[in-house]
Design a protein around this ligand. Structure first.
Ligand SMILES: Cc1cc2nc3c(=O)[nH]c(=O)nc-3n(C[C@H](O)[C@H](O)[C@H](O)COP(=O)(O)OP(=O)(O)OC[C@H]3O[C@@H](n4cnc5c(N)ncnc54)[C@H](O)[C@@H]3O)c2cc1C
Length: 401
């Protein structure tokens, strides 16, 4: 994409958003119930799909934009200027649907991808379990062969948006007699199948997107397997590499540094504008410098993806630093706000409210790979340091105590 093309794309995306986004963001969302907000989100995604702005990099034949990674970055950055109801579809279009594009047949893609891109259907990602999060390969949910398919039994935990999901991707243990990474298989599953039970987990911050999901003898046809039997860990890792880019967009879903600068101009420390304070200035400078660095990593990664390579472990750097920075900036903003900083504004979005941005930061430092795990990834896969101690390596899963 030439610089002129990039500028032209930015200008038309900006103009389109300026015309369309206000009816779906800000005041338009205030006072809505989650169901109403989700319905608004579905309409927004549908509208975007009619203009090539939903699933920008996905093929046009399935309703995507048929565009480039660079266009996606440009549009997402502009879209982030409005607090639009896009969160419901972040996982769906971020990970499961791209994985489907890699592994499913043409017939399945024609049936399942367009409704996801139009926001009519939502997908969730069923990986974590009560005793398997960071160590995903320790999962115990079983799939046993049954005719032309499998019976799934067990529990998943922390599944975002499962309560609204029509479909999910799931990793399960198909062979406990081999070492833990080798006995896993990856499927997509109809969340409305008999035996699937979704329970919402309440959250401190109010409305919750996280759930526990129970599978009681759920039948999944073998045709819904993605990758080989026993090859599920590799497919799961491909999914997580995409996730670390997806969840690390710009301000990591929080409030922008520009809004922090606005706040620092409006508030005072010891009678002086907060913007004149050395620590506040240092925080702004560090945040902007770090953002530039992270943008460079992202651009390089996008170029590599556009050239046909897989997303690499560098996504871990963006997620680690971005989430931590969001928490730090939001915390200082709350200090500047004084007592107003501890008041939760009902229905406020993390992109426009510092308190909401702060309270949603700790889960972000866990979801999609905790800080410690990302540090391990960076140490081993980016810096080439020796591997962490792995005492269970090579031991059959059912022999681990
Ligand atoms: C808001 C939110 C949304 C989520 N959405 C989803 C979803 O949609 N689908 C899904 O499958 N999962 C989801 N998760 C789960 C998430 O992926 C896990 O919580 C995460 O991987 C951590 O796993 P855990 O909770 O089991 O913690 P554990 O793995 O038990 O970790 C506990 C603590 O030990 C540390 N630790 C663990 N292993 C090591 C190690 N080797 N070295 C150093 N420190 C270590 C961790 O960093 C952490 O601090 C979500 C989580 C949150 C908070």
């Amino acid at each position: 994409m030439s610089q002129n093309d990039t500028r032209a794309y930015l200008a038309s995306a900006r103009a389109w958003l300026a015309e369309q986004a206000p009816a779906y963001s800000g005041a338009a969302r205030r006072g809505l119930s989650v169901e109403e907000d989700l319905a608004l989100g579905r309409r927004w995604l549908h509208l975007k799909s009619e203009h090539g702005y939903a699933a920008i990099t996905m093929p046009k034949i399935y309703g995507g934009g048929g565009g480039t990674e660079i266009e996606k970055v440009i549009f997402t950055n502009e879209e982030n200027n409005y607090d639009l109801p896009t969160g419901y579809f972040g996982i769906s279009l971020g990970m499961p649907v791209p994985m489907l594009l890699k592994y499913a047949s043409e017939e399945v893609l024609r049936e399942l991808v367009p409704p996801a891109i139009r926001g009519e259907q939502i997908w969730c990602q069923l990986f974590s379990e009560p005793a398997a999060g960071s160590d995903l390969a320790a999962l115990t949910m079983r799939a046993t062969p049954d005719g032309d398919g499998w019976r799934l039994n067990g529990q998943k935990l922390w599944t975002s948006w499962a309560q609204y999901s029509d479909w999910g991707v799931v990793v399960v243990r198909t062979d406990p007699t081999v070492p833990k990474h080798a006995g896993l298989t990856y499927f997509y599953v109809d969340m409305k199948s008999p035996g699937v039970e979704v329970r919402v987990i309440p959250k401190l911050a109010g409305e919750s997107e996280i759930n526990e999901v129970f599978f009681n003898d759920v039948f999944v046809p073998d045709a819904q397997r993605m990758g080989g039997v026993g090859g599920g860990f590799k497919v799961a890792m491909e999914t997580l590499m995409i996730e670390r880019y997806a969840v690390s967009d710009e301000a990591v879903g929080g409030i922008s540094v520009e809004k922090f600068v606005d706040l620092a101009m409006r508030t005072r420390i010891n009678g002086q504008p907060a913007l004149a304070d050395g620590e506040v200035r240092r925080l702004i400078a560090d945040t902007v410098a770090e953002r530039q660095g992270l943008r460079s990593i992202h651009r390089r990664a996008m170029a590599a993806i556009a050239a046909g390579t897989e997303p690499g472990p560098e996504g871990a750097i963006r997620k680690l630093l971005g989430a931590r920075r969001r928490q730090q900036v939001s915390a200082v903003a709350m200090d500047l706000l004084g007592v107003d900083g501890v008041i939760m504004t009902e229905g406020a979005q993390p992109t426009e409210d510092f308190t909401e941005s702060w309270i949603e930061s700790p889960p972000l430092r866990i979801a999609g790979g905790s800080d410690e795990i990302l540090r391990n990834t960076i140490a081993e896969k980016v810096l080439g340091l020796p591997q962490d101690h792995r005492p269970d390596k090579g031991i059959p899963f059912n022999k681990l105590s």
